[in-house]
Design a protein around this ligand. Structure first.
Ligand SMILES: [Zn+2]
Length: 247
């Protein structure tokens, strides 16, 4: 993705950006986007996230019953959604369910709202059940790098009410750790910052073994990866970077 290479300044891009009311996203160029499925070409995500979302939906046989409702949004679109919701639903509802422009994960292209196929779908709060194909998607999302971003019980950490429809792409090894340990992105980044600046977090996900290291500040002198080793660098939108390597 945008900051997947070491040359790009990774602080403001990557799969692990934390975006919330306290950490707004700098207004920058959108990531490279792709459609989330042939039937919903207007709903787009960052290219890699879009491919993995399509793969996860296919893996659970959800092509006809899982609808990508809202993916990447420009700042102007987020502003329009905020204004419209404020007008029709009032301020308490809007504050609870719509992020302020600049503070929405949807502006990263890494967040997707999913709904159950139906004649009418609520755009702000789509129905995405815990059973059937939708439940299967929830159980397998981490295999494809996605996590439920605002789970019940973590409202005090995320600052957002439980949103059973909002999934976030973070990348496969990171989703594996978050799912296994029950961590939301805020907690996962805090863990890396606290315990893995020197000793990498070792993660087995699928057939691969990943090493995850946190640096409190971007260091352009990072030596090139060893031969045969892949590396991805992501900013955390809080000044730090997460370096993920695998063979
Ligand atoms: Zn959402």
């Amino acid at each position: 993705m945008r900051a997947g290479t070491d040359r790009a300044l990774p602080a403001a891009a990557g799969a692990l950006l934390l975006v919330n009311a306290a950490h707004p996203l700098p207004d920058s160029a959108p990531p490279e986007l792709a459609g989330t499925g042939p039937r919903w070409p207007e709903v787009k995500l960052e290219r890699r996230a879009a491919g993995l979302l399509r793969a996860c939906i296919r893996a659970v046989g959800g092509q006809d019953v899982i609808v990508p409702v809202s993916g990447w949004r420009s700042r102007a679109e987020q502003q329009a959604i905020w204004d419209e919701t404020l007008k029709t639903e009032g301020e308490p509802f809007t504050r609870q369910y719509v992020a302020r422009p600049g503070c929405s994960e949807h502006e990263t292209g890494l967040a997707i709202d999913l709904g159950r196929a139906a004649e009418t779908i609520d755009f702000i709060r789509p129905d995405f059940p815990a059973y059937g194909v939708w439940g299967a998607f929830r159980r397998r999302a981490a295999e494809f790098g996605f996590v439920l971003r605002y789970p019940a019980g973590k409202e005090a950490v995320t600052g957002i009410a439980h949103e059973p429809w909002h999934f976030r792409y973070v990348g496969i090894p990171h989703a594996a750790v978050m799912a296994e340990r029950g961590l939301v992105l805020e907690e996962y980044l805090a863990l890396l910052r606290r315990a893995h600046t020197r000793t990498p977090l070792q993660v087995r996900a699928g057939a691969r073994c990943f090493q995850i290291l946190f640096r409190p500040a971007w260091d352009a002198s990072l030596p090139p990866p060893e031969r045969g080793t892949y590396r991805q660098v992501s900013g955390d939108n809080c000044g730090g970077v997460v370096i993920t390597t695998w063979k």
